[in-house]
Design a protein around this ligand. Sequence first.
Ligand code: SF4
Length: 697
Amino acid sequence: MSTSRTVETHCPYCALQCGITLSPRLGGVELRPADFPVNRGGLCAKGWTAADLLDHPDRLLTPLVRKNPADRTSPLREATWDEALERIVAGIRRAQDTYGPDSVGAFGGGGLTNEKAYALGKFVRVALRSASIDYNGRFCMSSAATAGNRSFGVDRGLPFPLADLAEARTVLLVGANPADAMPPSMQYLDAGRAAGAKHIVVDPRRTPTAAGAHLHLQPLPGTDLALANGMLHIAIREGLVDEKYVNDRTTGFDSVRAAVAAYWPDRVERMTGVSAADLRATVHALAEAESAMILTARGAEQHSNGTDTAQAYLNLALALGLPGRPNSGYGTITGQGNGQGGREHGQKADQLPGYRKLDDPAARAHVARVWGIDPDELPGPGRSAYEMIDRLGTDGGVRVLLVLASNIAVSAPHTNRVLDRLRALDLLVVSDIFLSETAALADVVLPTAQWAEEEGTMTNLEGRVLRRHRALPPPPEVRTDLQVMAELAERLGRGKYFTADERAVFDELRRASAGGIADYAGITWERIEAEQGVFWPCPAEDHPGTPRLFAESFPTADGRARFHRVEHRDPAELPDRDYPYVLTTGRTMQHYQSGNQTRRVRALTTALPDPRAELHPDLARRHGIGAGDVVELRTRRGRAFFRVKLNDGIRPDTVFAPFHWGGSSAANGLTDPALDPYSRMPAFKACAVAIARAGGP
Ligand code: SF4
């Protein structure tokens, strides 16, 4: 593995998309941080060690198929590409002849480049003529995206550059832990704090981010909405609402005003466990600062009321007049590497490129024209991610599933159910760089090119479109997903619609997005290089791009932001006598998503070899559990085992488990697949759990 020149590209992991350089080095490549606007020379441990993935001994280097195609339990063996692709095509034909076009589907990922996400949406609808596609972003930021679209008419994670965080005088972080999840971003928060900014964190656990804040609010998981409505109640009662902004720039406040009247502070204190005094201090810090931001992340959003929870914070931001004001606003901190771009180009069940709606006739006509097909050929919306998984192998469900850039056997909720459904498929095809837990179940495994072996673009958490560069060629028998889709389409008789050329795909994506919400029409690869990324919307090549949204108006029909009345609903599952505590899940600094990559990096596994469940010492004592013991966590869906880390900064009624592992420590073997009615987000962040000591250190 070597590169012949120094190449500037971006980290393969999270949505910060830190800039890095890869240079030739004897026996390999040298990875260094770049002075790119988001990371300014910083990297976290995951980024520093990302080159370990390139020549990792676990790397998949050839297609694999089951020795006996009729027996999923027979061993995987090496195969030629021709054999592997023929098995896939035969499986697709068999399923579609028997069950119809929607019986073949795809599950994509927020780590795919824009080009691959776009091509996958097109592949399913044009080559397979199927409605069955969704992706793991449904499990990530779909709640905040739904709320953003509802109020602002657009979903761009941060509607301002990350650097604005350093200038905001007050920052409220709700269910966000960037100190662990994306450490280089902390330089902006640290700079703000050094300049006198006030930071407040809402989290049931004292995370490193919360430990550095001026104020830490610790609500019971699942009550973040009540907390926000309580703050808005105080803002109204104490005359802190920006009435001129509300009158001039929004609609619908009267209904929200009436709804939050019932959220008086002592009631909210009883619901959430946060004192009325802390609520009041938070509202005043937001309302009285010259500039203020409210940022939510997965802790607030991954609930069965996640959309309304994000909405409640958005309502608060609007009432205080923050969106569109300098160094102020509401944003969501997107997690996956291309979590933003991954949700713009058509791999969602209900969506076409440019963030267009699949059931909008004008959108269908536009995209069909770019694709060279009749709009009537386009299928309608499909099922959301968990709803598709839940029906795999059933009547009316998907029978043949292609999985790209996802490890749903670890990352989807209620994984025991997910494993059953994957095993019920007629054919499971997984494209990956390693034999993930999902790939290990597959009938056909396709070895794919990885981050430093491919060209393309990513869109980071600010809406900044970036270039990913090829520093070295993929191994000889490894192909890009674009090559695979083009080849499969060819064998299905739809090859003329597809190309494996990344740049050609990007140029087509630009045309398909033109006039849409996420408009890339004016973004070229050359501009991205010259300008260190270009912010969408960018409708023309002479348009500067849009780092900051909403200064003048919102992209709604009347230019105003829309308040939306929301009420607290209990989590789908509440603690009871059998399951007396609340389980919440989250990230560690050392690992990323399902851990398929980071659990293979020696420096990261040395730093954190196994998952640790966090318990308050009082709770642990009550169950005879000590630090380092093994605890059994049990929910209505399964059991999992973790070593215990005592944390006197977590609520005594709450247990935290990291979700980067499968097998006997699978946090998602425990989580609740109850879905948010609007975003279809599962309730990852709150379910009822029982605990018991299962062993000593
Ligand atoms: Fe990579 Fe995210 Fe770490 Fe930056 S913060 S180095 S993008 S994982």
